[in-house]
Each structure stands twice: as structure tokens, then as C-alpha cells.
Design a protein around this ligand. Sequence first.
Ligand SMILES: [Zn+2]
Ligand SMILES: [Zn+2]
Length: 311
Amino acid sequence: MVKWTVRIFGALVLVLGFLFWWLFLSGSTASKTAPGVFDLADWRSKASAPADQLPTALRILEIGRDTAPPFAAQAGRFGAPVAMSYNATVIDYPDRQIVIGGAVDRPTAEGMALSRTEWRFSDTAYDEMTTAMLSAEQVLMTHEHLDHVMAIARHPDPDALAPNLVLNRPQIDALPLFADGELAPVLTALPSGLTGDVETIAPGLVVVPAAGHTPGSQMIFITLQNGEEILLIGDIVWNMGAIEALKTRPVLTQYMVFRPNYEDRAAIKQQVRALHDMMADNPDLTVLPAHDRDWLIASAETDGIEFQAVE
Ligand SMILES: [Zn+2]
Ligand SMILES: [Zn+2]
């Protein structure tokens, strides 16, 4: 009897050990190399323009915040929770603005809430974002996920917003998933404003397709008038520690968080390696992930970057 108890206990430990390894640790190390995945020299040449035409500043407009468990954000990371920001980015030109990202609306933020003490949502900031989208020359997003798309899919004035939208095909196709009921008719028939290749959409502003996290994921490379170079990487990683440690999110997050379960992990592993190496070679490049709140706050020390926090 004791022998059987020991055997069953041993088998259970093995199964649980395997599950732990698979969900939290396995398949999450970045590629050893990532030749040709990203081409910063190409983006730089596409972003070049006379200085007086370049954007002057970039403002991260925080709509809400929360914390996430470290092991869900970065495989093998345990310890303190990761501070998460939900935001949009407003790029200022001398005579106009471009908005990147639609963040979350209140019902979505409430549905996603994780921390009783750290969760916040600002209705004022949300209104500021939806208003800025109407006067903006262009409105883009990094990717089609619920925490990046809601002020587009659920905008209070879709007819006025639609002419400003510059989305890629997978992003447009995903919009009905995020509507509150029926998607506004004007948003169902949007033309794709992007080619699917690396392209300049305004002076100093280059869209870099980076399918992986979602099919429509893209990065935005920005050159400011003061010479600062900024790369918005969306959700390729949630926290910059992952790039430093050359890790992706764990398998657990793939199955528990993403709806649908699409994340091309092979592509993300290459992208994490490519970003890691690019940052090592270009220490002055400012890389901004969508959610890493501590990193975003620290980056706002850089001339031309502002972080407008939800207190
Ligand atoms: Zn995402
Ligand atoms: Zn996100």
C-alpha cells in the first residue's frame, strides 16, 4: 500500500512538474540570431525629411493602469507584479497630430482588471483620446487586441473618425470582434490605408509590419525634430525585461489570455532577438512597448517624450 502511494505521489509530482515547465518556462527563449528580421537603416532613410517637417514631440496618453503577474508577462520571471499602462500615443507636428492606438474603454478595462489596489481608469483621459482622434490627421493602431482598439471600434462618433483611420487589412477585418454589439456600418467598409510593406506615412513616421503577436501587428518608427529616434513596438513584449532576458511570454499566456489563441511564437522569438541586438547596437534608440509602465515613465525623461499618467 505504501509502495503504491509513493508511486502515485511520484507520478503526480512528475505530471505537475511537466505542466509547470510547459506552461511557465518552455519554448520561450528568443532565437540565437535574427538576420534580416528588422532593418533600422531602411527605416531611418524612409523617415528622413527636412527638419521643419518632422514631428516635434510624442505624448503617451495613459487611459488606465493595472498590474500583471510577472510569470504571465515574461517566461521565468517571478517576484513583484509588473506595472501595466493602457494608453494611446499622440505624435505632435507643428501643424497637426497623429494618434497611435485606441486603448481600452471603461467596460473593457473593468473586465480585464487584475489588481484591487493598482487598477485605475480615467474617463477624462478616454474622452481626451477620442476627441484627439477626430482632429488628428491620421489614426493608427499597433495591433488588433482589445486593449488597443476600443476607442476605434467603439468610438462615439464613428462617421467622423472613419476618414482619419489608417489601418492594415488584418486590423480592419478584426474590428467586428471588438464592437459593442454591431460594428458601425462606416467601420465595416474601411479601405486599407497601408500597403503591408515598410512605408512612410508622414514625415519622420514609418510603419513597420511585424506580424507575430497578431497578424496585423506593426511597429512605428519615429524621428523627432530634435533627432531622437523612437520605436513603438506594441505588444511584441509587455515588459522590457523580456528583451533584456531574451524571453517571450510563456505558453500559459498564449492559452489563457489571447483570444483567439493566435500568437506566432516563432516570429516573436525572432523579433525579441532582433530588438535586443538593435538596442545593443543603437543605445540612443528609445524603444517603447505599449504596456511597461515603469519603462514608459523612465523614458519620459528623454527630450521630446511625455508620459501623461493616470494618478
Ligand atoms: Zn496585444
Ligand atoms: Zn496589449
